[in-house]
Design a protein around this ligand. Structure first.
Ligand code: DC
Length: 205
């Protein structure tokens, strides 16, 4: 069974996806991490992020089982990942990685295009939303907790820029699937988000 959670950065979908998977005993896949891992490695190797051939050949060689979870959350990766995620050949490769990983598994997959493109036939689909200010505040706290030096105004701007790129790109933009249930998260905790999902799943049967 596949459960999808899509939404912009900072809407709380990662924390809720993780907790939901834990509660159900399902696997959890954060697809943003895959795009971030490619971006991190490309930056490390000083590659041209606009050269799709070079990026694709890098992406094909990477080990996705051992992603450095700390490095991929760096502000430098955050500022460049939307450019990489925009490239159609990279998206196709990541789509295949996700489908292979999820095959025949009980899994919660989160991202931007999971309910629309990657798993359009998923049994349950959710779409998280939150205001820009709340999302920037959450990202700020999260980065600070991870020991990174951060500036709130810069984070807010970076999220707004990324939203624009993710929503306006031609290939599988961030969008709510028609059959996804929208969950606004401004006023709720991670646990409450999960409770809403579990209640909806029971209602949907
Ligand atoms: O969820 P995140 O902030 O870690 O995602 C990082 C970037 O990856 C985001 O700017 C857009 C891209 N992404 C995507 O295009 N499609 C996905 N399914 C997941 C993430």
């Amino acid at each position: 069974m596949v459960i999808t959670i899509d939404g912009a950065g900072g809407t709380g979908k990662s924390s809720s996806a993780k907790l939901l998977a834990q509660k159900l005993g399902y696997l959890h896949l954060n697809s943003g991490t895959l795009y971030r891992w490619i971006t991190y490695n490309a930056l490390q190797q000083h590659l041209n992020l606009h050269d799709s051939d070079v990026l694709l050949s890098l992406a094909k060689k990477l080990d996705y089982q051992n992603i450095d979870q700390n490095m991929v959350q760096s502000p430098e990766v955050s500022d460049n990942v939307a450019q990489v995620a925009k490239i159609p050949s990279i998206r196709e490769l990541v789509l295949e990685i996700q489908r292979q990983y999820a095959q025949d598994k009980d899994i919660v997959v989160e991202g931007r295009d999971i309910g629309t493109v990657v798993f359009p036939d998923a049994e349950y689909k959710f779409y998280f939303t939150a205001s820009l200010d709340i999302r920037a505040k959450r990202r700020y706290e999260q980065l600070k907790k991870n020991g990174l030096e951060v500036d709130y105004a810069q984070i807010r701007q970076s999220i707004a820029d990324r939203d624009k790129q993710d929503m306006e790109r031609e290939h599988s933009p961030l969008r709510k699937a028609d059959d996804a249930i929208e969950i606004p998260t401004d006023m709720i905790t991670v646990e409450e988000g999960v409770d809403i999902i579990l209640a909806e799943m029971q209602l949907l049967g």
